[in-house]
Design a protein around this ligand. Structure first.
Ligand code: 0A1
Ligand code: ZN
Length: 896
């Protein structure tokens, strides 16, 4: 779809379909150049909308025949839609034949080839690129699928459900027929055909049923499937135990494909995954990869209930399945982490991700509600707002009704809506109805503003201690800045979990005014008006003012504005019982210094108090290594930029970079002996295990190594760079090999080149490692423009395959989204490169291009000369006549 065909789709325009498609019988004659598709459907007019023509969606396919009840009929096209009129008022059969060209499908939506096999991707609107259909999620049908293909080239033939028949045909061809017993929308259809092998395992569910689990990969990759299989088994067990949801299929398959636009896809019984989220062994994957695989396998599996059994009425409801399923996968990962401290680490990582990715989206031109009101290209709305903020909305509901209450709500949701296509309202209603009288049920309408209003609320907090009255008053006020199309916001319902510490950091017992007794050391305040005061009583005899610990566990997706003193922050850092707020205190302490340096224009100079606090954290025997790693990692440059923007300060990315680099090197020098200790005490060469304790130890050892190598740049001591290089050579796992490489790259040490060459030579046949090899170079800290220059060379490397999304992202997404000081250059070369690549990629993969295009989303907050130059680059892309609706929507909104 090119220029001229984009239209705006609005949520308020939803109408039920003119017809229902009850069953579909699909036959595929698979051929890369020209695949023939025969679709036989039983169709029923929707009695609520009688006399309507049937408008079938289609895109880039060739129609060859249409039969209604076995007879040919006349038809016409409106745009790419196939319109059938004068249809029977009774149920009828409809047969459609068409062809498509999988090997020409570079968009990777619909039916395409990758590495000589066939794969599909139908969400959101890919099915229409396979055959003409009512390609909308509220039309749910029973599918029977027959695949025919050359037996040698495509020995494995898969589709949704159960294989009921297979056999040989003439001319070296064979076939398989699959029946899916569950009605589903077209976006959950899938087929795979190719030379694949699988790891399989039988599991027996709690209910006593046996299920076959399979993970399909290319022949050389079987040794990298154990972790995915273990994660799948764990997911099956967890969903039964935590939510009482059992696997409803005899067979559940995961297939890995190396060309994929997103992470993975929850097609019924036949999940298709980006290889990145399936394949792992210690030699090629990092701890992060292991954790991501567990999360994504869980996510797709959990969709089987939240998404597939109960699906979305329309695409505006996307967060119904995505927000809820992200919430479920986050909870799964926390439960898998086990002990409280490891759960907290996972929560902090999720919070960090939300604030780094979603908050900027909510503050920029693409800001949209969790349930958007309109779109031009639905693929642009698979956003961190719909996913991660959507998950926070679900989490707030769980906070307001409690853990058991939330489970009751989920049970009611399935009791009411199993087998239906429903809305976000239906979900919220079920949770509330199962918890009458709860903080959610009593204010459901205002709570649902989280679905309809965009923007991140700012909650300003202040505390007042009255020692004579023994009261501490917390005053909370909320304000949400305007977002595009939404100038005025109504107050949100904001659960604020909190506690109070005494000045020595001990938790205080809490009693709110009006309560008859003390009730624990933590409370959830419900802020629902623009301004509210909460009075804690009985606080006599304290030696100093209480220190409030607000928004514990990050209980709501808001920006907390609280003018904390350094002293209060140090108290929270060292003593709070809530790990999220300890981390937050560390972030704020770092942020204050970084922002101070940037705003004053003076070089950053760390003070003894800050350095001592960092040392105390590093040496604290009561803290886990993983938690230390989080506490000791300063806020990212992107986060600092957003904080400055929120304070109305024009953003100068190279200045932020300089301040953060200065912070890193001063900590490297000041804590040198401590880093040596940390490295020696945490690096070990035992067998690799991806559990939270070992993962945390590796993270801290690698953080220490990075500082030690960095300090060598100052001292000239060759020992630590030498040790890092040695580790690149002989590390027992890829996490440590990568950690050493990052240390050398981060210090701009000469040995980095040698190390990169070694890694490339050793892993040149491991695509996912080569992706990392590119990404590490593209993401290295900028110095004198060298990283940008390297990136310009990297895109001409013979291994840089721009049509492979993972490889393209490894360089381009890394530069555009993750390496601000390399992208934002005074000579505008970064923006010229951005424009060139967006246009180049848009010509063959609009979805990918639109995501890359978002790299300049926040141009308005930039300082000059960056702002004008970025604006000019955006205008240049927008001026092109040949642009996909996807990319046009992004640049259009950016410039609006
Ligand atoms: N539903 C998938 C994500 C997904 C969305 C779109 C895709 O193609 C355009 C592919 C995958 C999930 O949430 O995992
Ligand atoms: Zn999902």
């Amino acid at each position: 779809m090119r220029e001229g065909t984009s239209t705006v789709v609005r949520r308020e325009d939803y109408t039920a379909p003119s017809h229902w498609i009850r069953t579909v019988d699909l036959t595929f004659d698979l051929d890369p150049a020209k695949t023939l598709v025969i679709s036989r459907m039983s169709v029923e007019p929707n009695t609520e909308r009688p006399g309507q023509p049937l408008r079938l969606d289609g895109e880039d396919i060739t129609l060859t025949r249409v039969l209604v009840n076995g007879e040919s009929i006349s038809f016409r096209f409106e745009g790419q839609q196939l319109v059938l009129e004068h249809l029977p008022a009774e149920p009828f059969s409809l047969e459609i034949r068409n062809t498509c060209a999988p090997e020409k499908n570079t968009e990777l939506s619909g039916l395409y080839t990758s590495g000589g096999s066939f794969f599909t991707q139908c969400e959101a609107q890919g099915f229409r690129r396979i055959t003409y259909f009512l390609d909308r999620p509220d039309v749910m049908a029973l599918y029977t699928v027959t695949l025919r293909a050359n037996a040698k080239a495509y020995p494995v033939l898969l589709s949704n459900g159960n294989r009921v028949e297979h056999g040989t045909l003439d001319n070296g061809r064979h076939f398989a027929t699959w029946v899916d017993p569950h009605p589903k929308p077209s976006y959950l259809f899938a087929l795979v055909a190719g030379a694949l092998v699988c790891r399989e395992q039988c599991v027996r569910s709690r209910s006593g049923k046996d299920h076959l689990l399979q993970v399909y990969v290319r022949a050389g990759d079987l040794d990298k499937t154990e972790h995915a299989m273990n994660s799948l088994i764990a997911s099956v067990v967890w969903d039964e135990a935590r939510f009482g949801l059992s696997l409803d299929l005899e067979r559940f398959m995961i297939v890995a494909v190396s060309d994929f636009n997103m992470g993975a896809m929850e097609n019924k019984g036949l999940n298709i995954f980006n290889t990145k989220f399936v394949l792992a062994n210690p030699a090629t994957a990092t701890d992060t990869d292991y954790a991501n695989i567990e999360a994504v396998v869980g996510h797709e599996y959990f969709h089987n209930w939240t998404g597939n059994r109960v699906t979305c009425r329309d695409w505006f409801q996307l967060s119904l399945k995505e927000g809820l399923t992200v919430y479920r996968d986050q909870e799964f990962s926390q439960d898998m982490a086990g002990v409280a401290s490891a759960r907290a680490v996972k929560r902090i990582e999720d919070v960090r991700q939300l604030r780094q990715m979603q908050f900027p989206e909510d503050a920029g031109p693409m800001a949209h509600p969790v349930r958007p009101e309109q779109y031009q290209a639905i693929d642009n709305f698979y956003t961190t707002t719909v996913y991660e903020k959507g998950a926070e909305v679900v989490r707030m509901m769980a906070t307001l009704v409690g853990r058991e209450g939330f489970r009751r709500g989920m049970d009611l949701y399935f009791a009411r809506h199993d087998g239906q296509a429903v809305t976000c309202d239906d979900f919220a209603q079920a949770i509330a109805d199962a918890n009458p009288g709860s903080d959610l049920a009593t204010r459901l309408d205002s709570f649902k503003r989280w679905y309809s209003q965009a923007g991140t609320p700012r909650v300003s907090a202040s505390g007042h201690y009255d020692p004579g009255a023994g009261t501490y008053t917390v005053t909370l006020a909320q304000h949400t800045p305007a977002t595009p199309g939404q100038p005025v916001k109504l107050p949100f319902v904001i659960p604020v979990a909190m506690g109070l510490l005494d000045s020595d950091g001990r938790p205080l017992l809490l009693q709110l005014q009006g309560e008859s007794q003390y009730g624990g050391t933590e409370r959830v305040l419900v802020l629902e008006q623009a301004n509210q005061a909460f009075v804690f009583t009985g606080l006599y005899g304290l030696t100093g003012e209480p220190v409030p610990s607000l928004l514990r566990g990050f209980s709501a997706p808001v920006i907390l504005e609280w003018a904390a003193t350094e002293r209060q922050l140090f108290t929270l850092l060292h003593h709070d019982t809530d790990p999220t707020n300890r981390w937050e205190a560390a972030q704020r302490l770092g942020l204050l210094r970084l922002m101070g340096a940037v705003q004053s224009g003076r070089p950053l100079q760390l003070d003894a108090a800050y350095i001592d606090a960092q040392r105390a954290v590093l040496r604290d025997p009561s803290l886990d290594a993983a938690f230390k790693d989080l506490l000791l990692t300063p806020p990212s440059e992107g986060y600092v930029a957003e904080q400055l923007a929120a304070a109305g300060v024009p953003v100068d990315p190279p200045a932020i970079h300089a301040a953060r680099e200065a912070m890193r090197s001063q900590l490297a020098q000041a804590l040198f002996d401590d880093w040596v200790w940390a490295f020696e005490a945490h690096h070990d060469n035992g067998a690799y295990r991806p559990d939270p304790v070992s993962t945390g130890r590796r993270a801290l050892a690698n953080l220490a190594l990075a500082h030690l190598v960095l300090d060598a740049g100052r001292s000239g001591d060759p020992v630590w760079p030498g040790r890092a290089y040695q580790r690149v050579q002989d590390a027992g796992n890829f996490t440590d090999r990568q950690g050493a490489l990052i240390a050398l790259l981060g210090a701009h040490h000469a040995l980095a080149e040698l190390a990169l060459a070694r890694v490339h030579a050793q892993f040149k046949h491991e695509a996912l490692v080569i992706d990392r090899w590119f990404a590490l170079q593209a993401g290295a800290p900028e110095r004198d423009g060298q990283v940008f220059q390297r990136i310009k060379t990297l895109v001409h490397h013979p291994d840089f395959l721009v049509r492979n999304p993972n490889r393209a992202r490894s360089v381009l997404t890394t530069l555009f989204h993750l390496n601000p000081s390399a992208l934002h250059r005074a000579d505008a070369a970064g923006y010229v490169f951005w424009a060139e690549k967006v246009v180049e990629v848009d010509a063959f993969n609009p979805q990918l291009a639109a995501r890359l295009a978002r790299g300049l989303d926040r141009w308005r907050v930039l300082a000059e000369p960056y702002r004008s130059a970025a604006h000019e680059a955006l205008c240049r892309v927008a001026a092109r006549t040949e642009l996909s609706p996807d990319t046009r929507e992004i640049v259009g909104r950016s410039l609006a």
